[in-house]
Ligand binder design. Sequence first.
Ligand SMILES: Cc1ncc(COP(=O)(O)O)c(C=O)c1O
Length: 402
Amino acid sequence: MKYDFDRIIDRKGTNCLNVEGWRGYIFKCGPERKFAYADDEFVRMWVADMEFAVAPEIRQAIKDRVDREIFGYTLVYDPDYVKTFQKWCEDRYGWTFPAEQLTYSAGVIPALYQLAEDLVAKDEKVITFTPSYGFFLHTCEYNDIELVHSPLKFAGGHWDVDWDDFEKKCADPKMKLVILCNPHNPTGRIWTEEELKRMGEIIAKNDLWVISDEIHCDLLRTGCKHIPLAKVMPDYKKLVTCMSASKTFNMAGLMHSHIIIRDDEERERFKARDKSVGDLNPLSLAAHKAAYGQGGEWLKQLREYLDGNFKLLKDFMDANYPECEFEIPDATYLAWVNFGKALPGEDDLCSFFANKAGVLLEGGDSLFVGNAEGWIRLNLAMPRSILEDGFARMKAAIDAAR
Ligand SMILES: Cc1ncc(COP(=O)(O)O)c(C=O)c1O
């Protein structure tokens, strides 16, 4: 391995949400709430960023841009920027997009907030699969529109779409927009070509808008392939694809994403109403170009390392908690585990693991919208030695509670 994923990096004092913001995010509390562990004693397996250093190629590109000394108003004028991203898409997914359809946003979430406002009137509805990434709900709450849940079915160790439910809810005359998480957070499902085609048929039949949030599309287990929804709906105009190198290359704080909008009218409206008035961060642009242009080898090695971390969890679960459903996901660095089965009667798993094990994690309906009770999400993107410590602490806490 050329890159070192075992190195432990101190993030204290970097204004880091992962280290300093967990009270507010997970427990909706401030420093007044006391926990059984001191802040720096926790193993942090919660928010979706990684404990790994950003690839040296990206850090160098940022440094080179810093050395140009001036950080004035910035947009993309370099045709190589778009070509580099198009080539990444072509090479990895066998799909690309016309350059003029590409717009930018300071993150997928800000884009979702804007798109939902543009596309859905107050008395209309949005649908997504549950469990769901919490910000799909917040997008609807912010815009004062209803989010309809289509619960995924868990059977045979696998999460599947309930097609009858999805089809029925999409046919509601008030339904306007599908937010698809592709691959899916938190279950880590990659949707198959057949599933995407079937979703596409239902969407097209009901003339719905669809936003395909593909932010996790490069974080795959070795051997897995991502299929953009746009690839199976090549001519459908009411489709928006959201991508970014932010998750995969651990630079969410740089706040940059690619929003590919096919419909000319919506694209113009989106750009005109962009709250950052089209300005981009020059360091984020340098970082994204380096990620897509030079990040392939780093990503390959990251994926191999994550494969090992998932195997560690699988072995741990099989040996200790065979009753708790868990399958290694196709995508993301997040594990979705039915730990409730190891702790029947414990209805606040986040508090249990924080207080009894000193492990910070997310789970349940309050963080994952619905269909999530008893399930927790573990972020495995960290040096293996930290994970081993986290799993040992979780086991000790469960043993003591039983
Ligand atoms: C599905 C999904 N979409 C979007 C985001 C965040 O996007 P951004 O940081 O670009 O706003 C996350 C972060 O975890 C996510 O899981």
